[in-house]
Ligand binder design. Structure first.
Ligand code: FAD
Length: 398
């Protein structure tokens, strides 16, 4: 890393999996909202300015020589009003649990890990599981951002929030996010191994009975790992040791301690959200194809169910979905696997996860979202010069 002027550094940046590299990036780390607004307003544009969180997305949101904005100075719990918490956008998810717990509060839901930033997770619709629980984006009640002109805006009206729930950083750089939160709760996690048919037979029952249920299916052994999480009081003496992946066991603790798992092995991922009614059939088709063509794969297919929301670009817009996630080791070309499975997910009415790999262009994406054109119009209003339209996004949202 080399400095080229005060506060600006040239750096070779890459995402978590190594699938995206920016060898000549400039990093800006604004001290506050005002400094951020100056950076945006002074940027020549178009299309070379983009925030990053923890780089846990798998797609090239960022181009090789972009100016990248690091919101590491905008972190922390800013205020709590009733059951709404205002959190600085650059706050890592793992910091939010303890901050809310000190107020007797918690996030209603979280995904598999807690290494992402709040803004990055919200920008892509990051989610966990829960038939009556939505993604992190679904919990957003207001957003504050610096738009493409460098103007600070608060979005808190219904349509604005629906546009901002999942916006890929196209409306501006978020500086604070207000989330609906819930009283602190604990979680009891159970993991057990079973055959595929037994797992599918139990699916509906478990989805109804447990606060959270998901399963992983591992092609190489053609068996499932079923996981359930149930709400309990926050235990005075938690048992936090993670159940190793592929083993049976349990643990319990505060919700924010139990939701996340450790992911040490690097991978790339494709995920589609399919309507919940067709999802078991979709899973069976994916399984058949993988047993035929990728029978030795150790990387699992993850199957999760979650509630819908009103986000214009939420893969969950319009109702409950099941998400099917396909993984491949980071040092293996994922295309043969993803190319084989993606048509099956599309044929079942799937919408891709915005932060994960897929092959859809703007025309294909537009058919999946009734409000796609409204979103594009709104984007043009907030960023008329297209400062945040890096090439990957310009192909899809120009
Ligand atoms: C190991 C692993 C586990 C994962 N588990 C899950 C999971 O359980 N569920 C799930 O749904 N996804 C999961 N993901 C995907 C991940 O949650 C998303 O890709 C998420 O966007 C990453 O957050 P981040 O902070 O790393 O953001 P980044 O990947 O750095 O950025 C994502 C997007 O947000 C934009 N952005 C960042 N900060 C801001 C800001 N302040 N204002 C506006 N836009 C901004 C960026 O420009 C970019 O477009 C996982 C990924 C990995 C690698």
């Amino acid at each position: 890393m080399a400095g080229d002027s005060a506060g600006v550094q040239l750096v070779s940046w890459q995402n978590w999996s190594g699938s995206v590299r920016c060898p000549d990036a400039r990093i800006e780390r604004p001290a506050d909202q005002a400094a951020l607004a100056d950076i945006v307003a002074g940027h020549p544009g178009p299309g070379a300015l983009r925030a990053y969180g923890s780089g846990h997305s798998f797609v090239p949101f960022w181009a090789a020589d972009d100016t990248l904005i690091d919101l590491g100075n905008l972190t922390g719990l800013e205020s709590v009003s009733g059951k709404v918490a205002r959190i600085a956008a650059g706050t890592p998810l793992h910091a939010i649990g303890p901050l809310l717990a000190a107020e007797g509060l918690a996030l209603a839901n979280m995904g598999d890990i807690d290494r992402q930033t709040l803004a990055g997770a919200v920008a892509t619709g990051t989610h966990g599981t829960g038939r009556r629980l939505g993604s992190l984006s679904a919990q957003v009640v207001a957003v504050e951002l610096v738009d493409g002109r460098g103007t600070l805006r608060r979005l808190d009206q219904a349509d604005d929030v629906a546009a901002a729930r999942v916006a890929l950083g196209l409306l501006g750089v978020m500086t604070a996010i207000e989330l609906a939160v819930v009283p602190s709760y604990g979680l009891h996690e159970h993991n057990h191994l079973e055959g595929v048919e037994a797992c599918l037979e139990q699916l509906e029952l478990r989805l109804g009975r447990h606060r959270h249920h998901e399963f992983w299916w591992v092609p190489r052994v053609d068996r499932c790992i079923a996981k359930t999480l149930d709400a309990i009081d926050v235990p005075a003496q938690p048992r936090l040791e993670e159940v190793p992946f592929g083993e049976e066991g349990e643990r319990f603790g505060a919700s924010w301690q139990i939701f996340p798992s450790t992911r040490d092995l690097k991978f790339n991922e494709m995920e589609y959200a399919v309507p919940v009614a067709t999802a078991p059939e979709c899973f069976r088709a994916v399984r058949n194809r993988m047993l035929r063509d990728f029978p030795k794969l150790m990387w699992p297919v993850e199957y999760r169910v979650l509630a819908g929301d009103d986000g214009w670009l939420s893969p969950t817009v319009g109702g409950e979905v099941a998400t099917l996630s396909i993984h491949q080791a980071a040092d293996v070309d994922p295309r043969p696997l993803f190319d084989a499975i993606e048509p099956i997910l599309r044929d079942h009415g799937g919408r891709p996860h915005w932060g994960k790999q897929h092959s859809l262009d703007g025309a294909a994406l537009a058919t999946l979202y009734p409000k796609f054109q409204d979103f594009c119009r709104y984007r043009r209003q907030l960023d008329p010069e297209g400062r945040f339209l890096t090439p990957y996004l310009a192909e899809r949202f120009a």
